[in-house]
Design a protein around this ligand. Sequence first.
Ligand SMILES: [Fe+2]
Ligand SMILES: [Fe+2]
Length: 173
Amino acid sequence: MEIDFDRLIRRILQDQTTDWHGIHGLTHWGRVYANGMKVAEQSGANVKVVELFAFFHDSQRWNDGFDLGHGQRGAEYAATLRGEYFDVTDEEFELLYIACRDHTNGCTEADVTIQTCWDADRLDLGRVYITPIAKKMCTTAAKDPATIAWATKRAEREIVPSIVSEIWHEQRG
Ligand SMILES: [Fe+2]
Ligand SMILES: [Fe+2]
């Protein structure tokens, strides 16, 4: 089954526990998705897992500040939509689960698919006026100054990626 991202994102937004337009909201998810696709081209990550990570990893935050449990909650929430909104193998789900659960703790050592997820997230730090540093990235692709510059420019300008733009405009009203 191909993933219907429009349907999946709308469902995640319904269940989301913070502001859809906040710093961990819809446009962040969209940029993490785009960052992930760019890094995956070089890293060889499982693209499906990286795509799903983008929309689940910050979906169950209780606030936009210090909320260490949100990775674990996002991982568990993903399990509740599996089968109804997306299909993955057990191996893929394991990767998605670990990527979500552990994205909050600053690690760099993991399977390349998980590393790509974490890099995709960190590459969007420009939205909160932090320039990502290569040392904290996991993959060669994300350590590339050109990748960091590309992603940071998009983050600072709060670009609304095409994967979420229709929903973004609807939500804004
Ligand atoms: Fe997060
Ligand atoms: Fe994030």
